[in-house]
Design a protein around this ligand. Structure first.
Ligand code: NAP
Length: 289
């Protein structure tokens, strides 16, 4: 199988590496060419100077860039991926983006006889590096069936949730859940500290019961150590919550808690924490007033 991967960031770089090692020949494109050169040196693939040239003649073309506008820049237009792709090939967007963008890309792909899947991921940098991501898919069943064996190179689990756009909607559900859980954990650890409890001992105890969560197990101790220089950046979370709140307005779903937590994340950004992990909500409670 011939593949292309566009966007070698924190997520895309290792994902493209898994494809090259487990599935087939990967041609990469990255806006900053030095990263593509580094990737080729590490994995032995080839790189191209534009997304269209990377995508030309490939069976599957994966994207993982920043936001809606970034996806438009690498997918559409004369040098975008779709311009290089042949009918019968499939474009897969792993970027966390809006439903309207997914539908726009789906329509642009369909006009050219190209399949499209919106396929945002969860599992973070560690999931990408270990090849253990969860992928939420929107698109035709038949398109997913053709792409799934390749996606398995970096996914522990992938599932089609409905037509184009459904993957992005499921990712919004994912981010709404995470925001609430992280804020609950931050409030709880702040309460424990002010009550004079040993935070580590409390986590060791309550993580075994109904209060336990992925966030408690994977972030509780680093929060207690005030360590946030890793993980999923607050800037990305604000992008994702913004997408979710806009969609909520469209479909009439109330997100009162999510809206409050989004404001808390804005405060973390003002504290200089745009690149801190999302668990840095705890720092709001300890910042000097
Ligand atoms: P990142 O490290 O900032 O990488 C972004 C990649 O996109 C880089 O390769 C960048 O190229 C490229 N890019 C951005 N804008 C571009 C543009 N206008 N034209 C061409 N290339 C462009 O981001 P990431 O952490 O890999 O995240 C990528 C996506 O996955 C985001 O949508 C994010 O929300 C989502 N996601 C991230 C995580 C996580 O834990 N990091 C988890 C789940 C989902 P340059 O190298 O030239 O900058």
């Amino acid at each position: 199988m011939k593949l292309a991967f566009i966007g070698l960031g924190v997520m895309g770089y290792p994902m493209a590496g898994h494809l090259q090692r487990k599935v087939g020949a990967v041609r990469v494109y990255n806006r900053t060419a030095a990263k593509a050169d580094k990737w080729c040196g590490e994995y032995g693939g080839e790189s191209a100077p534009t997304p269209a040239e990377a995508a030309a003649g490939r069976d599957l073309v994966m994207l993982c860039v920043g936001n809606d506008d970034d996806v438009r820049q690498v997918a559409l237009g004369g040098s975008g991926a779709l311009a290089g792709m042949a009918p019968g090939s499939i474009l897969i967007d792993h970027t966390t983006a809006s439903v309207s963008l997914a539908r726009e890309l789906g329509a642009a792909a369909a006009e050219r006889g190209i399949g499209f899947l919106d396929a945002p991921v969860s599992g973070g940098q560690a999931g990408a590096e270990n090849g253990k991501l969860t992928i939420m898919i929107g698109g035709e069943e038949e398109t997913f069936a053709r792409a799934e064996p390749a996606l398995a190179a970096y996914a522990a689990f992938s599932k089609r949730l409905g037509p184009v756009g459904s993957g992005q909607l499921a990712k919004m559900v994912n981010q709404i859940c995470i925001a609430g859980v992280v804020q609950g954990l931050a409030e709880a650890l702040n309460f424990a500290a002010r009550a004079g409890l040993d935070g580590e001992a409390v986590i060791e105890t309550i993580s075994r019961g109904a209060a336990g969560s992925w966030q408690m197990s994977n972030r509780g101790e680093t929060m207690l150590r005030d360590e946030y220089d890793f993980g999923f950046a607050v800037d990305w979370m604000r992008k994702d919550l913004g997408i979710a709140m806009e969609e909520a307005g469209r479909i009439g779903a109330e997100l009162p808690i999510t809206a409050i937590i989004d404001n808390f994340y804005a405060e973390v950004q003002q504290m200089g924490g745009g690149r801190w992990d999302t668990s840095s909500l705890l720092r709001r409670f300890t910042r000097p007033s």
